[in-house]
Write a protein that binds this ligand. Structure first.
Ligand SMILES: [Zn+2]
Length: 268
């Protein structure tokens, strides 16, 4: 599942490739992809130009002439930019013909991704109950202290809660806690203020590093690979057998139905 850095990478890759291009035609091959009426979706988007590229949590927000085109990739959604003569493959669910002659194609094996149009004046601040963006000023230690003292579940579960912070998923929650030296199973309300400060600080650092690593992906983008935003991340603990910092054994437990990785030596 793509998390904040991957979605940001997809967004910036598409911005480089399609900013300023007009949509000449839209073909929807799987109706449930669209929230709302698929025919309306096609009618409204045809003739509109990709002008702004924004992100809220894991949602891609494309600012068109007078609407927002919002896309969520969910588990496995991918965009491809291909020549129109290239054959459609089985899981291509949407084809946007662009004014430069290329097509933007949306591909989704699991079919969980969704697209929806919103009015041009939509305020995405409170979008789907999402909490503050981890890079924003609102995501401060004061905010986190106030939120976490009310929460009795493990800190890892709170980091995954999109209403606490937008865009953090399983991989980065493990990595943020490893970098902050905090064990994932500790109850959020038991954390000291200085520990919460470290989590907030490391959330910014870890996600920023991942976004920068994604920058390499943008430069090496080829249309045959699709715009997935996935890249080789140097993890400290996630999905590792040994800790990248101390070399000690990494432990794996289930927390809230998700695998959690941590190092007993580095995390308290
Ligand atoms: Zn370690």
């Amino acid at each position: 599942m793509p998390e904040l850095p991957e979605v940001e990478t997809v967004l910036r890759t598409l911005e480089q490739r399609i900013a300023g291009l007009q949509i000449m035609d839209v073909q929807i091959l799987y109706d449930k992809l669209i929230e709302g009426d698929p025919q309306e979706f096609c009618r409204i988007l045809t003739g509109q130009t990709f002008r702004r590229f924004c992100r809220r949590g894991k949602y891609l927000l494309f600012g068109m002439d007078d609407v927002w085109f919002v896309s969520h990739l969910r588990m496995e959604g991918k965009y491809f930019i291909q020549r129109p003569e290239e054959p459609l493959i089985k899981h291509t669910h949407a084809v946007f013909t662009l004014s430069d002659g290329n097509t933007l194609r949306y591909h989704d094996v699991r079919k969980f991704g969704r697209m929806k149009l919103y009015p041009g004046d939509t305020d995405f601040t409170d979008f789907h109950g999402l909490g503050p963006e981890p890079f924003s000023e609102e995501f401060s230690t004061a905010y986190a202290v106030e939120q976490l003292q009310k929460r009795r579940e493990p800190i890892k579960s709170v980091l995954l809660d999109q209403s606490f912070a937008a865009g953090i998923g399983n991989i980065y929650a493990d990595e943020i806690l490893a970098a902050a030296h905090i064990l994932p199973m500790r109850r959020a309300c038991d954390l000291e203020e200085y520990e919460i400060g470290r989590i907030v600080e490391q959330a910014g650092i870890v996600l920023k590093q991942a976004v920068e690593a994604g920058g390499t992906t943008i430069r090496s983008y080829t249309s045959s690979l699709g715009v997935t935003g996935l890249f080789q991340l140097q993890c400290l603990v996630h999905a590792r057998k040994t800790c990248a910092v101390c070399g000690g054994e990494v432990r794996r437990i289930r927390l809230g139905g998700r695998s959690s990785y941590y190092c007993e030596h580095c995390q308290r």
